[in-house]
Design a protein around this ligand. Structure first.
Ligand code: XUL
Length: 543
């Protein structure tokens, strides 16, 4: 992208995601003035990754080479420089990383970081700085025994969830660290610091170990989300000396310090350019989407993801509560639903001649509440709730085996959105005056689907371009980080950000219809959960 850079104040937001490293630069008016990226598989083929990762033969252990991330940063900055990017105008930078991944810095690496020589690349100088070359990432699911042990130590899954915001998850960093300590003791003993992908990336800019921020730290099963301190019980159950290895966590808005002299000399950054704490990609996206109190963001993709701003969280056995990245006194919830677009497409093919127009017409021709029909469509084992199969009920709560095609289309869409609302409310979300639903992802271009979303939540639905939400959120956070936060809120700085687009408002009867239906949906969900699960989910597909 050509650089149009006449601005004195520029903010950079990086995103170390699973498949690529991206950057966005904004000016003081929040206009995007530069974007760039390095795609790991194609631009760094020596590391032989597929989708940015290596999958072990057991299919459970999934890692990424940490030096690939380092080399990607070298390459990205070189590209920006060649394209004429003026680093001297960058006032602050921040970033995000895929959540849960862990980096193990070898003893002595901090000295290397402090003394980086600007005549060499990072990659050349950090070759020997990692005790573990292959960092476990969020896709890894090999830590079942460690999860069990942690839950036992914490007094059960519910207690662990209440303490850390989530029950034990295999990808969560504490369980990954426990496994590393058990299986690679020598490498573990040769580790002087453990970073998340986000704090590892911040460390490269800082020339020193960067603190783990509260939000990404909440994805470790180690942080007490209320006291904002590492939980002693969890630390003890995980590995020895973790206090020292993890450092003290800080609010996500913290200024960690100036960029190290390496960046000043090699790329011409100003020595006053500040590094604001990096965070996880999901918290950074929440910032990029400019989610506010009362809002819920629903991403309608292959799987549907829901972000919620929470003031009074109620951590539960499913879903994750994290400390909020833009206001550490508040929280956010992250919910993942596996049966999203693929299920909508399957029902479209079966009931609407494979056409979104016919699908939309079915939604328009059927009444709010679908004459009492409620559907559960779990083509594959769902995460929330842990159920599978297709279950349709009539207005008297009797299970039925088939309904008309139009009823089925509405049953699917209403059922999906009732489920998103039910599970968000269970974690502490409630609709308040002024609440908005931000819709993103593939299905967010279908107005009739969004009308149902608006009706089920009884709130206006807005769409927003989120193609770069994690980078953009990081650039916004960089700008906020260097201001006086006692007088300027995150939202004060966003006044110039592009407006979200209003696409649907709730119909007058929506509140009455869906408040009642939500209660029924919750009760019927309990019934669905009691049904025996077929061994092969696919056997349960309709049609
Ligand atoms: C969140 C999660 C993923 C990663 C990948 O819990 O595992 O969304 O952050 O980007």
């Amino acid at each position: 992208m050509a650089v149009v850079q006449d601005s004195k104040e520029v903010y950079l937001g990086f995103d170390f995601s699973t498949q690529q490293l991206k950057v966005v630069a904004i000016n003081e008016d929040l206009d995007v003035i530069h974007q760039n990226h390095v795609h790991f598989d194609s631009q760094l083929p020596d590391f032989r990754t597929e989708g940015g990762v290596h999958v072990a033969a057991d299919g459970l252990r999934i890692t990424s080479p940490v030096l690939m991330w380092v080399k990607a940063l070298d390459l990205l900055l070189d590209k920006m420089q060649k394209e004429g990017f003026d680093f001297s105008s960058v006032r602050a930078l921040s970033g995000s990383g895929q959540q849960h991944g862990s980096v193990y810095w070898r003893t002595g690496a901090s000295r290397t970081l402090e003394q980086l020589d600007p005549t060499f690349s990072l990659h050349q100088q950090l070759q020997d700085s990692f005790a573990v070359g292959d960092s476990p990432v969020w896709m890894d699911s090999s830590t079942g025994p460690q999860c069990e042990r942690l839950q036992e130590a914490a007094g059960g899954a519910a207690k662990l969830a209440d303490l850390t915001g989530s029950r034990a998850y295999e990808r969560f960093t504490g369980n990954q660290i426990a496994k590393m300590c058990q299986e690679r003791l020598q490498d573990f003993q040769d580790t002087e610091r453990i970073s998340l992908v986000s704090s590892f990336a911040a460390s490269l800019f800082l020339g020193a170990y960067a603190a783990i921020d509260y939000s990404d730290g909440s994805g470790m099963n180690l942080l007490d989300i209320r006291t904002k301190k590492w939980s002693e019980v969890c630390m003890e159950a995980t590995a020895p000396h973790l206090d020292r290895l993890l450092g003290t966590p800080l609010p996500s808005v913290s200024v960690l310090g100036p960029v190290s002299p390496y960046w000043v000399r090699r790329f011409g950054f100003s020595d006053s350019c500040r590094v604001v704490a990096f965070t996880g990609d999901n918290p950074a996206s929440l910032a990029g989407m400019r989610l506010q109190q009362g809002d819920i963001a629903v991403s309608l993709g292959t799987s549907d993801t829901v972000f919620v701003w929470l003031q009074h969280p109620r951590p539960a056995l499913e879903g994750h509560v994290l400390i909020n990245p833009v206001d550490w006194r508040h929280f956010m919830a992250l919910l993942c639903f596996k049966n999203g677009s693929l299920t909508r497409e399957r029902v479209r093919n079966r009931c609407a001649e494979g056409s979104w127009e016919v699908f939309s017409a079915a939604l328009r021709h059927t009444p709010l509440g679908n004459n009492g029909y409620i559907g559960f469509y779990f083509d594959v084992l769902e995460i929330l709730p842990r159920a599978v199969g297709i279950h349709i009920f009539d207005a008297d709560d009797n299970k039925v085996s088939s309904v008309s095609a139009e009823v089925e289309v509405r049953a699917l869409v209403e059922g999906q959105f009732l489920s998103r609302r039910l599970h968000a409310e269970r974690l502490g979300y409630s609709i308040i005056p002024g609440s908005r639903v931000l819709a993103t992802g593939g299905a967010s271009c279908n107005k009739d689907i969004l009308q149902v979303l608006s009706d089920v939540f009884n709130a206006p639905v807005y769409t927003i371009d989120v193609s770069n939400s994690a980078c953009l959120g990081s650039a916004y956070r960089a700008k906020h980080g260097v201001l006086d936060q006692s007088t300027v809120s995150f939202f004060d700085i966003l006044k110039k950000a592009p407006e979200a687009r209003l696409v649907a408002t709730p119909q007058p009867t929506a509140q009455q219809v869906y408040n009642l239906m939500l209660q029924r949906y919750g009760q019927l969900e309990k019934r669905v959960l009691q049904e025996p699960r077929p061994s092969n989910a696919a056997a349960n597909l309709i049609g």
